[in-house]
Write a protein that binds this ligand. Structure first.
Ligand code: UD1
Ligand code: MG
Length: 417
């Protein structure tokens, strides 16, 4: 493992190009904020220290960070070099490799960072860049190489001349530095560019001119380099992440009938031999068991727990719901704030009316109950084990085990079910 590294995460940018009141790094990709991806990648690297630079909506983000991460505030967004300078104040006692990660690059993989760090340490370099070849490099900083093909500078798109714009090798933004080389170079960075900002990328030219050792490692999967600056790039990054998630499930034994219309959040758990039909949306914090049938057109929302051998069929929405084994919810239903037992049959059009205008209430449906089509369960309410509701009934009272209830509002009938 990498022994002596500290990570600096840059996340202070306003994200002008997002045209949003939400800070850029808090926009979601597959159900979690962009920032969460870089944080989990950082955790796997086991750095000595992690410093994140925040600016826009500092408090809101800082409150959500894990305790081991130090946050610094960049008051004026003077550029990426200025942001790194701020972070270095929190790394006073540290000596070693400083890895800079951009929080707007959520698709970056651990393997690529490992490769970068290894190359950097083995060759005792002053700075090592992660680069990528792109056919359409628009918007990215270009890697300039000298006649010996050594990296001599990074030129930002805005400052590039026509010749430099043709360069296909780009800066992903991920750079690792020897700490003292970084500090020395930062002192010489000037805001002499179109944006009048202090560019971290200028340190490369400075190091090169001072005879320091700079090199790059190329990544093969250019998707990893996608920097999210606009909603278009957000959508592109989302698509790539979604395919990664879906492919991971398929490799682990889940059938996904159409991966392009199946939206599964990061962190979802799904058991083997479950089959997911098209146009299904699975939001964050959902678990699904083995051998289930989900969709088409199913919407499983936060806090849904589906046991084994369950069917959640078309036009069904679930939220904060536990569904027991072998239960069938086959057609257009809403099951929210509910605990549904095993082997329950929920008829078409069943609705748990969980909200009374002020607060949410729970519906409990015990094992083997039979809920007739078009039943409305007005929560809080309980349907007993083996009980039955008639088609179109509105349930406002608890139904004892093995009883039958019909009507609007439903009356409980005499005798057994
Ligand atoms: C940057 C790189 C560019 C690279 C691209 C890759 C610079 C100058 N340019 O451009 O070479 O190809 O990323 O995606 O670094 N930030 C701060 N404080 C600031 C400014 C930015 O913390 O004052 C943060 C942003 O939140 C973001 C990151 O730094 O996470 C990069 O800034 P951004 O404005 O997105 O730079 P790009 O134009 O994408
Ligand atoms: Mg960017």
């Amino acid at each position: 493992m990498h022994k002596n590294i500290a990570v600096i995460i840059l996340a202070a940018g306003k994200g002008e190009r997002m045209k949003s009141s939400l800070p850029k790094v808090m926009h979601n990709i597959c159900g979690q904020p962009m920032l969460a991806y870089v944080l989990s990648l950082t955790r796997t690297l086991k750095p000595k220290k992690t410093v994140i630079v925040l600016g826009h909506q500092y408090e809101a983000i800082q409150n959500k960070l894990p305790a081991e991460i130090t946050a610094v505030r960049q008051r004026k967004l003077l550029g990426t070099a200025d942001a790194v300078r701020e972070a270095l104040f929190k790394l006073k006692g540290f000596k070693g490799t400083v890895l800079v990660l951009y929080a707007d690059t959520p698709l970056l993989k651990k393997e690529s960072v490992d490769k970068l760090l290894e190359y950097h340490t083995e060759n005792k370099l002053d700075a090592t860049l992660l680069t990528a070849r792109m056919n359409k490099p628009k918007g990215y900083g270009r890697i300039v190489r000298d006649k010996y093909s050594s990296i001599s500078a990074i030129v930002e798109e805005k400052d590039a001349d026509d010749f430099e714009k043709e360069i296909k090798e780009i800066n992903t933004g991920i750079i690792c530095f020897n700490k003292s080389s970084l500090e020395a170079a930062l002192k010489k960075v000037r805001p002499d560019n179109r944006k009048k900002e202090y560019y971290l990328t200028d340190t490369i030219k400075i190091l090169y001119k001072n005879g320091k050792l700079v090199d790059g490692v190329k990544i093969n999967d250019i998707h990893e380099a996608i920097g999210v600056n606009s909603r278009l790039e957000l959508a592109r990054a989302n698509l790539v992440m979604q395919q990664r998630i879906n492919e991971k499930f398929m490799r682990s034994g889940v059938t996904i009938a159409d991966t392009y219309s199946t939206f599964i959040s990061y962190g979802t758990r799904i058991g083997r031999d479950t089959l997911i039909y098209p146009f299904t949306v699975i939001e964050r914090d959902v678990r699904i068991g083995k051998r289930c049938f989900i969709g088409p057109f199913a919407h499983l929302r936060e806090g849904t727990r589906v046991a084994d051998d369950v069917t959640v069929g078309n036009f069904t929405e679930t939220t904060r719901a536990r569904i027991g084994a072998k239960t069938l919810i086959k057609h257009f239903s809403y099951i929210g704030d509910a605990a549904v037992g095993a082997r329950v049959n929920i008829g078409a059009g069943t609705v748990t009316a969980n909200f009374d205008g002020r607060s949410k209430h729970t519906t409990v449906i015990k094992d083997r109950a039979l809920i007739g089509s078009d039943t409305v369960l007005v929560a809080p309410v309980k349907v007993g084990r083996g009980a039955l509701t008639g088609a179109g009934s509105v349930i406002i009272k608890n139904i004892p085990d093995n009883k039958k209830a019909v009507g609007v509002p439903a009356r409980i009938l005499k005798g057994k079910r």
